[in-house]
Design a protein around this ligand. Structure first.
Ligand SMILES: [Zn+2]
Length: 391
């Protein structure tokens, strides 16, 4: 009887036998975990003294998931955790389309990922780098290694000496800063609450300001120029939105010099504070869960296979390589052969530049990478395989 699990294990083993560029820095100081068809983390506390031993293990065990600690330990295999002796840890950011509440997810479900999801998660990753990591934390782009997660998002690894020794508390602080948790908006408008402010000019953040102030001013100007609907999204009434939009040139001119008082608005202090709070929440929500404050966290090993898709958690490189990266093309691991698969129910799949489906309760013959993807996503079952495609 044909067993699809055996086939997939064989493909995984063959991938690891030939894989290059698989080894994390200081492999002997890392903890590894492996997952199977039944459990994503079937075992942890693994350690390997050399790259050779690691490849031997991957080739013989053919694990469906491989995770690696962001931490370096003196004794990575020891347990309990304290016995490992933490030497330092990279900082990692995890950006997943699932957390972004995209409209397309209502159609295809949270487990699936489409081209729109991929574009959105890429844009969010670029934003995290360009609006936070580089300007606010001072990391160089070359210190930020980007990987496709192997499923629906990207992982960023900060390889900077300055982060290795940060404790949980410092990591949490960074996460809260990026999410905009606990921002004090009163500080953005220094004239608010001061005696006689009703008559004073309302001064606020400028686009050239550092940190959240600059982001808030810039993003507000974006919303302003996008139109009435986008302003209403910030909690304005249709009348207020229309009033601001019509005078947008004047409003923008004012905000560029920190003057948020160019048009008459009733209860202007409360109005602007409400608008800005709403905007910060919209921004913060998307990146809220992305920082792993816990340095003992294990994360998918770059260039290993992701068992939910059969794709690689592919190394992308740095910021300059991300723009052109195509996850459903460059992430392909199994390239040889084709499979017969019974698909129960699947949205359209676009992989390696080709679109397949949608399928409902039918047998199809597909390239092995497409069949493995559908099988591992749980929307079909592989029935047979041949390693060379028909002539
Ligand atoms: Zn989508």
């Amino acid at each position: 009887m044909f067993d699809p699990r055996q086939l997939i294990s064989r493909l995984i083993s063959a991938y690891y036998r030939d894989a290059t560029d698989l080894y994390p820095r200081h492999i002997e100081k890392r903890e590894f975990s492996f997952g199977t068809f039944d459990s994503k983390v079937a075992g942890r506390h693994f350690a390997f003294e050399s790259e050779k031993r690691f490849t031997e293990y991957l080739t013989s065990a053919a694990p469906l998931y491989v995770s690696c600690s962001q931490a370096y330990y003196r004794f990575p295999a020891a347990r309990p955790m304290e016995a490992k002796v933490l030497l330092g840890a990279e900082m990692v950011f995890d950006i997943d389309a699932t957390d972004m509440n995209l409209p397309c997810q209502k159609e295809h479900g949270k487990k699936w990922v489409c081209a729109v999801c991929f574009d959105a998660v890429k844009a969010e990753t670029i934003k995290l780098i360009e609006e936070f990591l580089v300007p606010d934390f001072g990391f160089a782009e070359k210190e930020i290694a980007i990987n496709f997660s192997g499923n629906r998002g990207y992982h960023l690894h900060i390889n900077s000496k300055s982060v290795l020794k940060l404790d949980n508390y410092a990591r949490r602080e960074i996460s809260e800063y990026i999410a905009g948790t606990g921002i004090n908006f009163d500080e953005f408008f220094p004239t608010v609450g001061v005696e006689g402010t009703r008559l004073k000019k309302l001064m606020g953040p400028k686009p050239t300001d550092k940190g959240w102030q600059g982001k808030i001013a810039n993003n507000f100007l974006d919303s302003l120029n996008k139109g009435v609907e986008s302003l209403e999204g910030l909690g304005m009434t249709p009348i207020q939105a229309k009033q601001l939009y019509e005078k947008r040139a004047l409003v923008e001119l004012g905000i560029r010099s920190g003057n948020w008082d160019m048009v008459f608005i009733k209860k202007k202090d409360e109005f602007w504070k409400g608008v800005i709070a709403k905007q910060a929440i919209m921004q913060g929500d998307k990146i809220d869960k992305n920082v792993t404050a816990d340095p003992t966290h294990l994360l998918r090993l770059p260039n290993s296979i992701h068992g939910d898709t059969g794709l690689l958690a592919k190394k992308v490189g740095t910021r300059s390589s991300l723009e052109k990266f195509e996850p459903m093309k460059e992430g392909i691991a199994f390239r040889k052969g084709e499979a017969k698969i019974h698909v129960t129910n699947s949205p359209q799949l676009t992989i390696n530049g080709q679109s397949y489906g949608p399928y409902a309760d039918e047998d199809v013959i597909l390239p092995i990478y497409a069949a493995a993807y559908l099988h591992l996503k749980g929307v079909g079952s592989i029935k047979g395989y041949r390693s060379s495609a028909k002539a």
